[in-house]
Design a protein around this ligand. Sequence first.
Ligand code: VTB
Length: 327
Amino acid sequence: MRLSKTDDARHPASLDRSLVLELVRVTERAAIAAAGWRGKGDEKAADAAAVEAMREELGRVHISGRIVIGEGERDEAPMLFIGETVGAGDGPEVDIAVDPLEGTTLCAKNQPDSICVLAMAERGGLLNAPDVYMQKLAIGAGYAPDTVDIDASARDNIRALAAAKGVPVAEITVCMLDRPRHAPLLEDLRSTGCAIKLISDGDIAGIIHAVNTEETGIDIYLGSGGAPEGVLAAAALRCIGGQMQARLILDTDEKRARARRMGIEDPSRKYSVQELASGDVLFAATGVTDGSLLSGVRLSRNTIKTSTVVMRSWSQTVRWIAADHQR
Ligand code: VTB
């Protein structure tokens, strides 16, 4: 992954850098637990295994953690619910966003790109997003800030991006979730002649790929997906660069009220990467099934191999960690 130093790096390094390795242990443990459920057709069991392992391993980390993005509200999730206190309780106060098993369906069907994800920030650093849809747009670093805009039509954005990149529109590749709700967006994009990579799940990886164009060939991520996944993707982008714009889709009174309870005053606010994840941020993801970002967990008779990426916003270091665990 190409590093792109940005001004972001110049905030104080408030999170102890040794936490980087602690986070790797957490997502590794979750991935190993979920791997036992690959291809078993049971999404709930796979998710529960990842949640339980992640929570247990987090309990060993010397932090006073608070879950701000998790498995849901306290009454609907037994563990890693929003507001839950996690960690050993003897360290810095941090906020944590988790997606213990991103792509539960992918895992249950043993399809590519199921990953375990966690981000950590200083207290107040992560948007407390309700579990609603979020409109998302992401492009790589190196474009002027006003090149594309979430409020412009997809067609205009693709044309502007192609012009800024200096290529014909036909050479622009968009990544988006393959969903019926995206039919109008798809039609608009098709009219431009651009290429579209449709993914069945996993838009955290989709957004990371969109800013990593040289390796993936993907120029832009567009469409709506989960808001929690949007905050996690922004945490990664704080570490690797790239632009993102997002807006919560609060289309009912109930959703607006829920967002208000979580501190969101303006329901139509447009968020930048920095507004989704600010200050010092760490991000870790371990592969469960083989994917375009990470290899999946390899179980053999004596060892378990895991593959993790861990990033730190302050230094913009991206580490790829291949681990052999003794069974
Ligand atoms: C995405 C994607 C997830 O949900 O956010 C998506 O990242 C959004 O919800 O992997 P819909 O499935 O309702 O479109 C997932 O696909 C599954 O949680």
